[in-house]
Design a binder for this molecule. Structure first.
Ligand SMILES: [Cu+2]
Length: 142
């Protein structure tokens, strides 16, 4: 029975791999554009999708605190994923397509942003409350 001999070996290998993961956590803070609680959820989940073990974005400072295992992911991968979700990062800009897909209240101030959308989003921002994404729900009611 060869398989029985292989099992302990695999168990040791898994243990070694995981203990290695725990020790190689990289911490990083990035500026990520965004507006409200809904953006927060999307930014944080995009970062986690890209392999971040910890991702907390601050709406006021626009800073995203990250922790990740440098062996399984990296800053570029995480920033790319956030940009794909429609939010600008220092390294990657969201495509216009991704940006335009955001709810209007989530369309953060972009220097080249479409002007006519600006007025509406200004109103939306006033309704925007942290964590609930209620600004985005207001849009649906109209
Ligand atoms: Cu938002």
């Amino acid at each position: 029975m060869k398989t029985i001999k292989i099992i302990p070996f695999i168990a040791i290998l898994i243990t070694l791999t995981y203990s290695g993961f725990a020790q190689k956590q990289t911490s990083e803070t990035l500026k990520v554009s965004g507006e409200c609680g809904m953006c927060k959820k999307k930014i944080e989940s995009a970062a986690k999708d890209a392999g971040a073990t910890y991702a907390v974005w601050n709406k006021d400072s626009k800073e995203l605190a990250l922790r990740y295992d440098g062996q399984s992911t990296n800053s570029s991968k995480i920033q790319q994923k956030i940009a794909d979700a429609g939010y600008d990062t220092p390294k990657f800009k969201a495509t216009d397509e991704a940006y335009n897909k955001l709810e209007q209240c989530c369309q953060y101030d972009r220097t080249a942003a479409v002007k006519e959308k600006k007025e509406t989003s200004e109103k939306m921002k006033m309704n925007c409350s942290e964590g609930k994404g209620s600004c985005c729900d207001k849009k649906a009611e109209q």
